[in-house]
Design a protein around this ligand. Structure first.
Ligand code: SAM
Length: 254
């Protein structure tokens, strides 16, 4: 089912809720309550690098501080001020084919991996938001990961069918969007017992993938309804406090 099949009232609801004013209001209440039903946990926690609001940036910096990582790759960067510049790592590289983006390598991630053989301690995947591309980015990033490294992914926990829609643009606007990125993560959740995988319930779902082990997910992962029906097990969804307990010590070999 596509979100537009929810009919005109659903369409109008999301256009208002995800208008700039709607988003601002939601963020305001979210910060007051420290919980945004779409974004997830917004509370402050003590991470390895210090106290910070839970977010993709806090999780990336936590791993860098904990493991003494020296090299970071961001796939899909757009504005460096949004995340890249906040990443506390000695070596940082960004890839994004949009000519208006501020990337070090202005090419698609597939081309970057085909032309360069750099290796990384930590990779953040936030480029093309389709399942197939995210799966390729994950497989390529795993291939370039140093021992003791980790991959993080954005937008792994779309809260509604609207946010998991295939295309970004709606009626000429760009409301919040997670795309079908989660399907790329799900493909490896189903097939790779040699990896450890979690999604943390903050910032639209931050995926964590590294060599390790997992009991693979055996249910269907085709549609948003499959995700909504069994979200916790499919994603291996954890809370921020659970993340902090699981990742309290450096990786062996980092
Ligand atoms: C959501 S933005 C990234 C935001 C940034 N990571 C942050 O956290 O603020 C997604 C970016 O991915 C880029 N992108 C799209 N396709 C890509 C591809 N094949 N390879 C790398 N980046 C891609 C887009 O141009 C866009 O700038």
């Amino acid at each position: 089912m596509d979100w537009e099949e929810q009919g005109e009232p659903g369409r109008r609801f999301w256009l208002v809720a995800e208008s700039p004013a709607g988003q601002k209001l939601r963020r305001m209440f979210g910060q007051l309550l420290s919980w945004d039903p779409l974004y997830g946990d917004m509370r402050h926690y003590r991470f390895a690098h210090g106290r910070a609001r839970a977010s993709r940036i806090a999780l990336v910096n936590h791993f860098i501080q904990l493991n003494g990582y020296k090299s970071y790759l961001e796939i899909g960067v757009r504005r460096k001020s949004a995340m890249f510049e906040e990443v506390r790592c000695e070596g940082r590289i960004s890839v994004d084919p949009d000519p208006s983006a501020e990337a070090d390598y202005p090419i698609p991630s597939d081309d970057y991996f085909a032309r360069h053989d750099h290796r990384f301690d930590i990779v953040f995947i936030d480029g093309n938001h389709t399942g197939d591309q995210v799966e390729r980015d994950l497989v390529n990033a795993l291939d370039r990961l140093n021992p003791g490294g980790v991959i993080l992914l954005h937008d792994m926990n779309p809260p509604t069918l609207f946010h998991a829609r295939a295309g970004y643009e709606v009626a000429g606007r760009l409301p919040s969007w997670n795309g079908t990125s989660w399907k790329g993560y799900a493909a490896l959740r189903r097939t790779r017992p040699d990896l450890t995988m979690h999604v943390v319930g903050t910032d639209w779902g931050v995926g964590i993938v590294h060599p390790g082990r997992q009991e693979v997910y055996s249910g269907p992962c085709e549609s948003y309804q499959d995700l909504a029906r069994d979200r916790k097990a499919l994603l291996n969804l954890i809370t921020v406090p659970e993340f902090l307990r699981l990742y309290a010590a450096p990786f062996a070999g980092a």
